[in-house]
Design a protein around this ligand. Structure first.
Ligand SMILES: Nc1nc2c(ncn2[C@@H]2O[C@H](COP(=O)(O)OP(=O)(O)OP(=O)(O)O)[C@@H](O)[C@H]2O)c(=O)[nH]1
Ligand SMILES: [Mg+2]
Length: 340
């Protein structure tokens, strides 16, 4: 099961209480106060980890808490601080407070950390109240409570290029051909049920692009037809989209209409997404009817950049890779990939 959304309840640790104690020792009369401070409660910390791919662990265990700080003790012993609760989360996670529905933060870079909830400070032991006028202070303070809250976690996958297309257009086949990822392919609609990421290597440039394969869209997806369009969130962050269009015209399909339907579905989901720079991969060019369809497609949609390919015969794929690279690098937010 792939979980990309869930709600969690989190609690940071309480601070330990300060202690009231006096030194008692043989031959040391009036030893004075020696109550230590309470320890700080543990924080709830989110840590972005590439090896975590979804929110499964939070779905199955929605409650997490950090340890409380220990109380202070006699002989000026301070309580030990509570252990932080460190939650490993996938890159691309958005954290939303359920109190006001406002996003708190998002974690994009692997290795980055965010302290979401702070543990309470420990209380003061009576030693700290000692003064020239009060040599036997009887007071100590309690530790502060740790912060707590309820949050909605939403995963938006991070990739450079997102694939969109009707079921069976050949999205997963393309990912299989140009990346090392092996998403399932099949001659039936909705083979792909969960988004996945493949990496396209450009060895001569020492660079790479991340490609997101998502389930097929259909007309009316925004009204929850097919698998709905909820999974489009996984291509929201892509700078470039590839529309994979089946040029074979299987089952009387019209590629031009397919293209328009896809644009319409993106528009319904988020107008910004439908404006994203794009490239059409005209797939299945090995099929007899494809050349004719492509001609009409190019004539009717003059402004749309098209690359004819056949994932089956592996034709047109190097050209597609090159065009994608150029398009991604032409985007203003594009940065050289440092980890390549
Ligand atoms: N003739 C031909 N068939 C192809 C080509 N590319 C893919 N197919 C076939 O099209 C079918 C669907 O391929 P998938 O890659 O599973 O399609 P998808 O777009 O990922 O489909 P969903 O995951 O269901 O949305 C498979 O039977 C593929 O073998 C191609 O270039 N030519
Ligand atoms: Mg697929």
């Amino acid at each position: 099961m792939f979980i990309d959304e869930c709600t969690v309840k989190l609690r940071a640790g309480n601070g330990g209480h300060g202690s009231v104690s006096f030194r008692r020792e043989k031959f040391v009369p009036k030893g004075g106060p020696d109550g230590g401070n309470g320890g700080k409660g543990g924080d709830v910390v989110l840590e972005c980890d590439e090896n975590v791919s979804d929110l499964r662990q939070f779905y199955y265990k929605p409650h997490w808490e950090a340890d409380n700080g220990n109380n202070g003790g006699g002989r000026n012993k301070d309580g030990r601080g509570g252990k932080d609760c460190v939650l490993k989360v996938p890159p691309g996670l958005v954290i939303i407070s359920t109190r006001n529905d406002e996003p708190v933060t998002e974690l994009l870079e692997p290795g980055s950390r965010f302290v979401l909830l702070k543990g309470g400070m420990g209380g003061r032991g009576n030693t700290t109240f000692k003064s020239s006028t009060n040599r036997t202070p009887q007071e100590a303070t309690d530790g502060d409570p740790g912060q707590h809250g309820e949050f909605r976690l939403v995963l938006k996958t991070i990739a450079d290029v997102g694939l969109v297309g009707f079921p069976n257009a050949g999205k997963s086949t393309l990912v299989n051909m140009i990346t090392a990822a092996r998403p399932k392919m099949g001659a039936y609609p909705f083979t792909t049920l969960n988004p996945s990421i493949g990496v396209v290597e450009y060895p001569e440039r020492y660079d790479r692009l991340k490609l997101a394969d998502i389930p097929g869209l259909i007309k009316g997806a925004h009204e929850n037809r097919g698998l709905g369009h909820r999974f489009l969130r996984h291509i929201e962050r892509c700078q470039v989209l590839v529309f994979i269009i089946d040029m074979a015209g299987t089952d009387e399909r019209d590629p031009v209409q397919d293209y328009r339907d896809l644009v319409e579905e993106l528009e319904q989901y988020d107008p910004a997404l439908s404006e994203r720079p794009r490239l059409v991969a005209a797939n299945k060019m090995d099929e007899p009817a494809a050349a004719e369809h492509l001609k009409r497609f190019a004539a009717e949609l003059k402004d749309v950049p098209v690359q004819p390919v056949s994932c089956l015969l592996e034709e047109g794929l190097p050209e597609l890779k090159e065009k994608l690279y150029a398009l991604v690098k032409a985007q203003p937010t594009s940065t050289p990939d440092s980890e390549a």
